[in-house]
Write a protein that binds this ligand. Structure first.
Ligand SMILES: *Cc1c(COP(=O)(O)O)cnc(C)c1O
Length: 400
């Protein structure tokens, strides 16, 4: 393929893309249109939990495509019922709604909480609809999920916002309690903030939130679109704090690269009635068949432990880089980690790493002073070593 063969301006300009087209991917590796290879530590932003084009996904897609692709959400299909049963069996939830994106799953969670608030009115007999969310949180790019997000500048970007999302501070229980009123219906958070810079909630905070929300009769919603599906070394991140939330959303890793997301809730909050929620592609069997293949891989004996082990190995390597280059530190859970650079050199590192020859390295810098690591969960220790080695060379170059 020639890069100039097509007009890239045919696409809306929504992000700065480098003049590269990726034509092939395998595991942790991507190949561009010039044949150059890149070690990919983005993996579609924590989406490709089993790496690029794993055999189990290829097989699930082709086998299901030969059977039936779209019987319509008005009817049951086998992969969708099976995946829902697997998810309820391995979580504290009882009911599942499948969606196509994390934002859509979160919209569903917001609607479910508001519906429940309509059914459980406050003392004055009015609907409860406010959902307390957090500074620096990220819940998606639809209007409601942008309003729920605590990303700087988003409150005015497409004003007016969808109302009803007061913001508290993560790991500060008093800031949550101060916002609870008779309009509050839920608290929603990412157990590990991803886009915000890989900031884990402490176990005490999660347990405190559970107690606080129960005390006030308010729902606890966890957005595990990024931190769920084995990313932290637990199948679901809420397990890290030994609590049971009321509602959870999944996305990214659940489809291993195909558009699949889910909204899960406990039976007591399953208050949608026919007509309240839906979508043309919800529970599309081509996607849920992939979801089954991914979940079976994550549940195989030893897999989640290997994520913890590799996370610790990565952590040790990042701490060594801190020592070598005088960086600030690292944080994270499992294979969702961040390196605190101590100065705003992230974007420069990303660019130089990508342009390294003969092999490039793809990294992510969600904030100028931070790098975020979200590799395939089944990567090898050598691929961790290789990244650390390449990154060390780039940091040396940037700091020179
Ligand atoms: C990526 C992400 C979303 C949005 O998911 P999309 O599939 O991009 O809509 C929501 N919440 C969290 C925590 C995410 O990381």
């Amino acid at each position: 393929m020639e890069f100039n063969q097509y007009d890239t301006n045919a696409l809306l300009y929504i992000t700065n893309r480098p003049p590269l087209v990726f034509t092939e991917g395998q595991g942790m590796w991507l190949t561009d249109h010039n044949g150059k290879r890149y070690l990919d530590w983005l993996q579609g932003w924590a989406v490709n939990c089993l790496g690029h084009s794993p055999a189990c996904i290829q097989e699930a897609l082709t086998a299901q495509a030969k059977k039936v692709i779209n019987p319509s959400p008005a009817f049951y299909n086998e992969p969708t019922i099976k995946l829902a049963s697997m998810l309820t069996q391995h979580s504290c939830f009882d009911r599942v709604f499948f969606a196509n994106s994390g934002a859509e799953a979160n919209e569903g969670a917001i609607k479910l909480a508001r519906k429940w608030g309509k059914l459980h009115k406050n003392a004055a007999g009015e609907n409860r609809y406010e959902i307390i969310t957090f500074d620096h949180s990220f819940h998606g790019r639809t209007l409601a999920t942008m309003s729920a997000s605590g990303k700087e500048g988003w409150d005015t970007m497409f004003a007016p916002q969808v109302p009803g999302f007061p913001k508290a501070h993560l790991n500060d229980l008093a800031s949550v309690e101060a916002l609870i009123t008779d309009k509050t219906v839920a608290v929603m958070l990412e157990p590990v903030q991803g886009e915000g810079g890989v900031i884990p909630s402490s176990k005490e905070f999660m347990q405190g939130l559970r107690a606080l929300t129960s005390k006030h009769g308010v729902l606890l919603i966890v957005d595990e679109v990024q931190a769920g599906m084995g990313r932290t070394g637990k199948l679901f991140a809420y397990e890290l704090s030994d609590i049971e939330p009321d509602i959870m959303t999944l996305g990214k890793g659940i489809g291993g690269g195909v558009p699949l997301a889910a909204l899960l809730c406990k039976e007591a909050y399953a208050c949608f009635e026919p007509g309240d929620q839906g979508g043309t592609y919800n529970g599309n069997p081509l996607m849920t068949a992939v979801g089954i293949a991914v979940l079976e891989t994550l549940l195989a004996p030893g897999f989640l432990q290997s994520v913890i082990d590799k996370g610790n190995y990565l952590k040790a390597g990042l701490l060594k880089l801190c020592d070598q280059h005088g960086l600030e530190g690292e944080r994270g859970e499992g294979l969702l980690r961040a390196l605190k650079l101590g100065s705003p050199i992230g974007p420069k590192i990303v660019e130089l790493a990508r342009d390294m020859a003969p092999t490039g390295l793809l990294l992510n810098s969600p904030r100028p002073d931070l790098l975020r690591f979200m590799p395939a969960l089944n990567l090898s220790l050598q691929e961790i070593d290789q990244m650390l080695e390449m990154l060390s060379a780039v940091i040396k170059q940037v700091k020179a």
